[in-house]
Design a protein around this ligand. Structure first.
Ligand code: NDP
Length: 243
């Protein structure tokens, strides 16, 4: 498979954290990075990057929970680029984080976390499927669903915090498998990818990895994807996690 990181790439949640670092690392190598975020008017760091790479970085407003915004983004990508080589479903929320225990979890938090972390990436992938298939016709096309090892049912032991988040990522893992089966025959490789524990607003300052190290690893894995990787649950260092 040719390298999807050199083609047309769309990233969700690219105004901060892992998403912003992805734009930074791809801006010089990709044909185009469509850097999407909820509030471009407040995305100063992203605009600074886009201003330094006007030929490759295109900023686009996209709240992933808004189906109309998703279909608008799809139409824009079709009109401007005609195909998509890499969709990175990165946007995510932590639910109630450490306060999200069995005793405190509530319906609103569960539903919102499922919406952003599981339903939205699936709807994004479905919306962009035909453009990804067009990208696959050029020999390279992939979907990377940024999940978490916290969504591994095998690895979950005992009582736990982050309940909505863990359940939403387990759902995203299942949807990743379903998408992989659905799109494999058309040459689109879908993987679920754990970025490691990363120093971002979500990961906190004690996290092991810098965004630079995490994203550099993720992109190395993406560059080496083959059709046999479709439906795998991988980490930023290329190792495999149990479902
Ligand atoms: P951050 O909290 O730093 O960033 C989250 C991003 O998601 C922001 O850009 C945020 O935008 C965006 N976002 C949230 N809701 C929406 C929405 N409705 N529409 C569009 N964008 C939205 O987190 P990270 O960078 O750390 O996380 C990125 C991904 O990596 C997430 O999926 C997360 O679950 C995953 N992950 C992170 C780990 C870590 O240790 N950091 C570990 C494992 C997985 P806004 O600024 O508008 O809120």
């Amino acid at each position: 498979m040719a390298d999807p990181t050199k083609g047309v790439i769309l990233i969700t949640g690219s105004n901060r954290g892992i998403g912003l670092e992805m734009v930074r690392q791809l801006a010089s190598s990709a044909a185009t990075v469509i850097a999407t975020c909820r509030r471009p008017d407040e995305a100063d760091d992203l605009h600074e990057l886009a201003d330094a790479h006007t030929d490759t970085v295109d900023v686009l407003q996209l709240d992933v929970t808004d189906p109309d915004a998703i279909s608008g983004a799809r139409s824009m990508v079709e009109e401007r680029y005609g195909a998509l080589n890499l969709l990175i479903n990165n946007a995510g929320v932590n639910g109630g984080g450490t306060a999200d225990t069995f005793d405190h979890v509530d319906m609103e938090t569960l539903m919102h976390t499922f919406q952003v972390n599981a339903a939205a990436p699936h709807i994004m992938t479905r919306a962009f499927a035909s453009l990804l298939k067009a990208g696959a016709a050029d020999g390279n096309s992939a979907v990377v669903n940024i999940t978490s090892q916290l969504g591994s049912i095998t690895n979950t032991k005992g009582r736990g915090t982050w309940q909505s988040y863990k359940a939403s990522k387990a759902a995203l893992n299942m949807l990743s498998r379903l998408e992989a089966h659905e799109l494999r025959a058309d040459g689109v490789v879908v993987v679920a990818m754990h970025p490691g524990w990363v120093q971002t607003d979500m990961g906190g300052s004690n996290a092991r990895l810098t965004p630079e190290a995490s994203v550099s690893g993720i992109l190395d894995v993406v560059r080496s994807l083959s059709p046999d990787d479709a439906g795998r649950f991988l980490t930023h260092d290329g190792s495999e996690l149990p479902w």
